[in-house]
Design a protein around this ligand. Structure first.
Ligand SMILES: [Zn+2]
Length: 449
């Protein structure tokens, strides 16, 4: 586990890479991410053979670009080498439509123009366009550059790209697992934290979420969750298809997943927003709401824009409650303006803070089930709370004790008595230490087919 001076410095290492669904730079990115993940988290990269069916999708091919550029064809008197280069993949991977088909053609303006993309609203920025599935080819340039192109010249479009289906050079995703104090508790299951590593040479979407997740993983290793808590699974890979391919190859994980957080666009200067789970009023929604009660934030429905892998984790046939945390909207989205300049260390860390607090409550929560009959002899068992030490808790003792029926989680009880989760948990743990309650896990609501 390499040390780091800032989250932004980690992001700077993989920001410029040509990170697409499957590419050499994507592999490099997963390596860099792994080098910062805690050694104890057993960070593992899995490789899937291209074109393998994964549920209703298929694993994408590896994409290799040997070179790509667009030139204004030289006039006859200039000779062959006199072409004027307009865009070059070497300068920025956003200059080509991601997963462009190969092309080597001389075209009129009318023929070329449908293959050019720019952003009307940000005339100096190059947009990011991808055609992963409806394959075509194209170039992306600034509106300003587009407007300057002559219409009476011919253009030379060159994209030397290759789609590789060799299973050894397959599609990669990475995961890691952080356990609570004392090791995993299989009954408690796991919570999954996701961020995506795709999007060539963009920072906030979603390198930002990746580095916020790295920070979270390190904090959970430095200060582990209480014994008996859920384990926390971290996942990094390309958006949507990455999660689909991963779950399709690891279906046995699904029943163990009790909840998830998708982290993205965590670095721009904007308040945090959270998106509900598909269940909308699940325990995870209530915990998130509780955690954000004193923080200025936006609240949105499940899979509101920008929707990501929560549509997979919390989608049909999986349905693990998953929220999204992000700082959407931001104007630089999906352009070359989404770069390191718009990222703020305190925003990246702030998102990690919020995710951490939600994880700490959600993963440590459990359902206390009494083993006693009659009201507990409190003072005889050292469970009495003196009103002079803690008036609020003293007032709530009876209400808490009446809720050990195996129906309410510790968080529910804290909410019902209007007290801090950690205060109530600590008190319930005292009953547990005496053997007066047993902890039942937060039940899985995952679908298995
Ligand atoms: Zn995006």
């Amino acid at each position: 586990m390499k040390p780091y001076s800032s989250l932004k410095s980690i992001l700077a290492e993989f920001f410029p890479l040509h990170r697409t669904l499957a590419s050499d730079d994507q592999d490099k990115t997963l390596e860099i991410v792994g080098s910062y993940m805690p050694a104890s988290s057993n960070y593992t990269v899995e490789t899937y053979a291209p074109l393998t069916p994964v549920w209703t999708w298929k694993v994408p091919e590896r994409y290799v670009v040997h070179e790509a550029y667009l030139e204004i064809e030289a006039r006859a008197e200039q000779g062959r080498s006199g072409g004027e280069r307009i865009v070059d993949f070497k300068d920025n991977p956003l200059h080509i439509v991601s997963y462009s088909l190969p092309v080597d053609a001389v075209l009129t303006w009318e023929e070329l123009q449908p293959h050019l993309y720019f952003n009307e609203k940000r005339p100096n920025a190059v947009p990011w366009i991808f055609k992963y599935y409806e394959r075509d080819w194209g170039f992306c340039l600034s509106k300003k550059a587009f407007d300057g192109l002559p219409h009476d010249r011919r253009y030379h479009a060159v994209i030397r790209s290759e789609f590789i289906v060799d299973p050894k050079q397959g599609f990669k995703v990475a995961s890691a697992l952080v356990h609570p104090q004392g090791g995993p508790n299989p009954n408690a299951g796991e919570m999954i934290i996701q961020a995506h590593t795709c999007h060539p040479m963009q920072a906030n979407d979603d390198g930002a979420g990746v580095v916020s997740a790295i920070e979270l993983a390190r904090r959970l290793v430095e200060k582990p969750l209480p014994a008996g808590s859920m384990s926390i699974r971290f996942w990094f890979g390309p958006e949507t298809i990455g999660t689909i391919a991963y779950l399709a190859h690891n279906e046995s994980l699904i029943p163990n997943l009790r909840g998830g957080i998708f982290l993205e666009m965590t670095g721009n200067q904007n308040k945090i927003a959270w998106h509900h789970t598909r269940q909308h009023d699940h325990l995870l929604d209530r915990i998130t709401n509780y955690q954000l009660r004193n923080i200025e934030h936006d609240e949105r429905d499940f899979a509101a824009a920008p929707a990501n892998d929560e549509r997979v984790i919390n989608g049909p046939g999986v349905n693990v409650p998953c929220i999204s945390l992000n700082r959407w909207p931001y104007e630089e989205y999906h352009t070359t303006d989404d770069n390191l300049d718009i990222l703020h260390e305190d925003m990246l860390l702030g998102a990690a803070d919020i995710a951490e607090q939600i994880v700490r409550i959600y993963a440590s929560n459990y359902i206390p089930k009494r083993t006693f009959r009659g009201p507990v002899f409190l003072s005889g068992n050292g469970l009495w709370v003196d009103w002079r030490d803690n008036w609020d808790l003293n007032r709530a003792i009876e209400k808490i004790m009446m809720r050990f029926e195996g129906r309410h989680s510790v968080f529910d009880i804290a909410e019902q008595v209007g007290l801090d989760y950690w205060m109530v948990r600590e008190y319930v743990e005292r009953f547990r230490a005496k053997g007066f309650i047993v902890p039942l896990p937060i039940p899985s609501v995952a679908e298995t087919s």
